[in-house]
Design a protein. Sequence first.
Lengths: 491, 491
Amino acid sequence: MTDPLLPDCDDTRFAVLLETAAREASGLWLARRRPGLTNPDARSTLPDLRDLPLPLEALSAELAGMLASATPRGTDPLNLAYIPSSGNAAALIADWFAAAANLHTASALLSPQGVALERDVIATVADFLGYGQPCGGLLTGGSSLANLIALTAARDAAFPGAGKEGLTGLPPGRLYASTAVHVCIPRAAQVLGLGQDALVSASSSDPDRIDPTRLREHLRADRAAGLRPVAVIATVGTAATGAIDPLAELADVTRNEQVWLHVDGAYGAPAAAIEPELARAMAAADSVALDLHKWLFQPYETGCLLVRDARALATSFSFRADYLDLPHGELDPMQLGPELSRGLRALRIWATFRCIGPERLREALRHCMGLARLLSDSFSESSPLEVCAHVRLSVVCLRLRGSERLDCTRADPMHRKLRDCLASASPPILVSTLRLGDRLVLRMCFVNPATRADEVTYLVERLEACARKVNPVTGDSLPQSIATGIPSQNA
Amino acid sequence: MTDPLLPDCDDTRFAVLLETAAREASGLWLARRRPGLTNPDARSTLPDLRDLPLPLEALSAELAGMLASATPRGTDPLNLAYIPSSGNAAALIADWFAAAANLHTASALLSPQGVALERDVIATVADFLGYGQPCGGLLTGGSSLANLIALTAARDAAFPGAGKEGLTGLPPGRLYASTAVHVCIPRAAQVLGLGQDALVSASSSDPDRIDPTRLREHLRADRAAGLRPVAVIATVGTAATGAIDPLAELADVTRNEQVWLHVDGAYGAPAAAIEPELARAMAAADSVALDLHKWLFQPYETGCLLVRDARALATSFSFRADYLDLPHGELDPMQLGPELSRGLRALRIWATFRCIGPERLREALRHCMGLARLLSDSFSESSPLEVCAHVRLSVVCLRLRGSERLDCTRADPMHRKLRDCLASASPPILVSTLRLGDRLVLRMCFVNPATRADEVTYLVERLEACARKVNPVTGDSLPQSIATGIPSQNA
């Protein structure tokens, strides 16, 4: 069969070119798993699209060259910056098949296999996290969208007429979360027409957590003032430190006050698979959003929304389209969120559970938490570094010991230098800096099961060497007395 | 390098398994391009995820079996139902590399290569469609989301305080479109808190088009009544018939009335690449949404939003995140829409333009329109079928001649039978039924460049044979006199 888009190729030629492409793409994946690739400038490697068309047989080599050292590289076991996506070989193979099959996952009638796969995956993920049944949900590109979808449903449950008539003339809605809530939540409040000001912090002294007593007071005072509580957003694993809201107590409050409880578990929700108490508490939530590309070893664009009652999603998103002439399948994926022609995101998760299985996934989660504990236990009082946030999951935050007594304008650049020093180690270690309160600190996140304990040892060694380098006795540095924890007379 | 998720595999083993996977996935793609696959039941082919993990070496064969005949199959040249996604070999190769590289496309600092690719692609698509510069935009999973993003920006431009304070207490917003507007638009109105009732039809006698005079009257009357016009949504290529709104006249109205003009060109926008007048008119729009998986030969989840001024998107979606500690890049992709960790959707479009080039893409668009004309010119007055909607792009709607004089309860089932009759031809032809006004009709959509003129001849032959079969002289049928166009005394 010839192809007018690529007239030089028949099926035999395509078969040869696809095989070459696959070999090159395999090589790319294998190479990108190893530590130590350099990261040259991006633009210099991009050919000009206005040139004459490139023959298809030259495409693979060109793409391999463009992507070999492209960032971020979540497969690098020494990449601990932000929240890397490690992916896995079963998911990669599934993605290749998904690309070759090019199914969409809109409705059971149009795409029975895709929808069956997605439903299997939703149920499997819900079981894995102890969220249990009944449960519906949806795969999304990411948890930002999953959070937006859940909050749309919560808003339409709180304002039953708003879907038709809009929010004008209705009482202001309110969302409640901790101060550490992810930026996608105020963004969702804006999209939904509630406005960013609708999001209220229910934290007390600890900005990482909602204070349940404070929350109850807020809810009652707001109701009394004529405002309409829409949802409480509990975070399971903040992006900054991995902190977890007091879910069980929050669930008591939201049940008594009849407010939607949504869990943003983008990074941390998988911990429920190895912590039965967390799972039980999370199961009380009306909805849970998570990114399987964060801590369930999937490639990017593997977000997921679980909901206790999928009909709540259908209330916000269900439609009838004459042009489809289909029986109305209320709980079809296209009726549960804002996307219609959705691809086959489910296949990679399906293949992961099929070939790796829940037991090894749990082991990998424990392994990541173990690495974080190993790292955080590595700093004695004589170390130039110290842990500066509670290590709850697999994130570790460190600061130069004593730097909290320096002015930010001196301490912050030191932490950036420390980060850059690690990046220039051989092999390089990638960590991120993070503003915690008003102080910049170092942050390391373990979500790659391929990272080994001896690599944490290497990390500690480089961390301490770099800390001593950015903190010499003279120069732009901490006073040595502060750095060693001994109060300085000059401090 | 070993992998604790798949402990039986080292890199050598992975290389072998990936090569096997690629060979099987290539075979799947080649097989799915040919007409005539049967479509067995979905569920029967799905293995149980609760079984013991499957060895990775068995995954490829299992996936190939699951997906071989899965629907929909947009590569089948005889699949003319709904709007199939044909994909192409360059895009497939790019998707394989994108899966192997697993980049995200969030910010130029975190993912320089991914962002550079996406910016190149946005500019290239804008040039291809004659939308020109200055232009910003965003790739999305689909045009439903692209439309939602554009309308968020339009709403926040119309209600400058709403992003912060919400819509409560503000005047009701209004959206204007034709009666044939896609279902994702009222859905977006609901998500945005405007409410589905905010969407007003500005059609007059022709439900497929906005009447510019009527629109102007609506805008002025609504403003006078204290309502707030938010956007006019012009459709370029309705899902039903491919109709196009009178863009140039609408642009005059929206310019004079200072309202955001958004084009939903999900299916039809690529026609601007071969129709300079359409391109000029579309270039006056503030934003254009399209699905490159519809009529630009991409696989699913290749939506795109073009905007004249990307800062309008940043007003709605830009945020600062302490946990990222990044310089604020206002026009980073993650600042222009609701998604944060976005994958490398750009690569497949990039590879398509790189290896196929704009000229062959234009030829393919003309080819599809030519097939639609060829089909619609095939029905003489003696045919049992007739064209029942203006053929503007590459969609053809047909009905049984004379069926409009029958009651719907008789005529509709005949059209479904006709559809089913085509599906049981050998090789099968897939068409969809569609409600046009209150009548069911047959709809065929040509978006696959691999469909040949002789396949249209085969289609016409099967159409007429099937029409005669569902319309015998006796039985559940049209009176023969009606079917041949001669008025019946009994009608």
